[in-house]
Design a protein around this ligand. Structure first.
Ligand code: MAN
Length: 551
């Protein structure tokens, strides 16, 4: 316990040391900061030792514009040594230290807003500390406000993140419990559908012959029309074929008419292209063949075979006609080769038919095939209805199972993600931000993809990892390969802000992008004002009790 005398002694000593310090400050050599005042006190013989201990000099030699000490400590207020530091008091703002080499160098150093570094009259540096200080205070206040707002939001993010993870875990448990039931429901529905489908197939099998007969009746006019077209095409082809065959056998080889020779050799190529087929035969049409083997061929298959055959023959007609037509334009009329003249005549006769745009010879010939008339007997209708219901039930059950499984994977992915030490980033998960510069629009979806867009979109990378231990830097990798360079990548650096916004995007190295994002997610978590006040009051009360105890 302190005695009243002890108290008196203590206060007297305190008052004295404050007075000594003040005295030292008021006699401070120029350029010495109050914090270093105790280092610049003369000894009893009014001498002083360099701060590195190298030399003792008269106290009056301080700042005499001559460098005595190796460390330059004797000239804090001149540029004689140039190695030490000059302190500007900057009253109204905050003090700062500049290299002594900048003292009286004719430049108003912005660090010395009081202008005290230029005192030799060479230049007039006005004292702007009041304004600079006011601005700095404003800026400080702004930063404080941002931090305060950001801190409030970050606290909300944290609360959201924690409750979101808890909710996800609960949902996951419920879903897991549900999946077995959903699986069974889907598999039961599948069995039911399979049974119904089989039943329907059996029913259809039972009525197959009747349905096919009905379909044949339905398609009969089309089959007849297609058969006629095929016959017509075949007759035309045979006619042209015979004409060319006749030309080949009978043309006069002594004339050496190149046009004729080309056509004959083209015809020979055509014939050899027919492969195994005889050079010429009275082919049976597909319809004739299928008519002979009526059983087992459906009306649809027959119609298709006829159409395919017709198309093949039409292409052949085209080839043969081209051969004849080519010769007709180029042959030498002076030779009067009878075989050639006969072929030209056939070509001329055929020409109007071909040129008239007759569909049959121009386009692929196909007829509109009607849908099969459905079996609308009550039994068939009932079966169809039941199968449709079973299918709808199965679709719904399997969809429910699939979406539960998708949700489970999604939840697991989210639970496994590193969303910061206090889950702050749950709030920003998959949130996207954009930044437009002159050339591009950049975007990033946090924990997702980053892109660069102009007329086309270039992929800059996918979230890969956090960098460092502060949860303020993310790395996105695996973007589109840069021409002659690396795969594109992004470094996303975050700083405290009262809202979420990309503030700049740059490309410090080719295809390596730097996104700067301000966000409440990295603001310091400040104590709430009320909490802080309460904490301060409690501290006061506690210290009050202690003093009381001590008394
Ligand atoms: C595109 C953009 C640029 C990048 C070049 C590299 O123009 O993605 O950012 O520097 O490609 O060739």
């Amino acid at each position: 316990m302190k005695t009243p005398f002890g108290c008196l002694l203590f206060f007297t000593t305190l008052t004295l040391s404050v007075a000594v310090a003040r005295a030292a400050e008021s006699h401070l050599p120029r350029g010495v900061s109050p914090a270093n005042a105790h280092l610049y006190v003369p000894d009893s013989s009014t001498h002083w030792r360099c701060l590195d201990g190298s030399k003792k000099i008269p106290f009056s030699a301080l700042n005499d514009d001559y460098c005595d000490c190796k460390d330059g400590s004797d000239e804090p207020g001149t540029s004689a040594c140039g190695t030490g530091y000059f302190h500007c008091a900057n009253i109204g703002h905050v003090g700062s230290n500049i290299k002594t080499s900048r003292v009286n160098d004719g430049v108003c150093d912005p660090e010395c807003c009081d202008g005290s570094d230029e005192f030799n009259g060479q230049i007039d540096c006005p004292d702007t500390c009041k304004e600079v200080g006011a601005k700095a205070k404003e800026e400080q206040e702004r930063v404080r406000e941002v931090q305060e707002q950001g801190s409030q939001l970050r606290k909300q993010y944290i609360a959201h993140g924690k409750s979101a993870k808890t909710k996800l875990r609960e949902e996951l448990e419920q879903l897991k419990a549900k999946t077995e039931r959903l699986q069974k429901a889907a598999s039961d529905a599948k069995d039911k559908l399979d049974k119904m489908t089989e039943k329907q197939e059996q029913f259809l099998e039972g009525t197959k012959n009747e349905r096919e007969a009905a379909r044949k009746v339905q398609l009969a006019p089309l089959i007849e029309e297609q058969s006629r077209r095929l016959r017509h095409a075949q007759e035309t082809k045979d006619h042209l074929f015979r004409t060319l065959q006749n030309l080949k056998e009978k043309y006069n080889k002594n004339y050496h008419d190149l046009a004729v020779k080309n056509t004959v050799s083209g015809f020979e190529d055509f014939v050899s292209g027919l492969g195994e087929e005889p050079i010429f035969k009275e082919e049976k049409s597909a319809v004739e063949e299928s008519n002979e083997d009526d059983i087992g061929i459906s009306g649809d298959d027959r119609l298709k075979a006829l159409t395919d055959d017709t198309n093949i023959v039409l292409r052949e007609i085209g080839t043969l006609y081209d051969l004849l037509n080519g010769m007709k334009h180029e042959y030498n009329t002076e030779y009067n080769d009878e075989a050639v003249l006969a072929a030209v005549k056939v070509t001329e006769n055929f020409e109007p038919l071909w040129n008239s745009g007759l569909q049959e010879f121009q386009d692929e010939v196909s007829l509109e095939i009607p849908d099969e008339e459905s079996d609308d007997s009550p039994a068939a209708e009932r079966l169809k209805e039941e199968t449709d219901i079973a299918r709808a039930e199965y679709d719904a059950a399997s969809e429910e199972e699939r979406s539960a499984n998708d949700r489970i994977s999604d939840i697991n992915r989210k639970l496994e993600m590193d969303l910061g030490s206090d889950e702050t980033f749950a709030q920003l998960l998959d949130q996207c931000f954009e930044y437009k510069d002159i050339e591009y629009t950049y975007s990033v979806c946090l924990f997702g993809d980053a892109n660069q867009k102009s007329h086309a979109t270039t992929f800059l990378g996918k979230f890969s990892r956090w960098e460092g231990d502060n949860y303020d830097t993310q790395i996105y990798t695996g973007g589109t390969q840069c021409w002659n360079g690396p795969e594109r990548s992004v470094k996303l650096v975050m700083s405290c802000g009262a809202d979420n916004q990309i503030i700049s995007v740059s490309e410090p190295a080719k295809c390596e992008y730097l996104f700067k994002l301000k966000t409440p997610a990295v603001c310091p978590v400040l104590p709430d004002l009320i909490e802080a006040e309460m904490a301060a009051t409690t501290l006061k009360e506690r210290s009050g009790t202690k003093e009381h105890d001590e008394l």
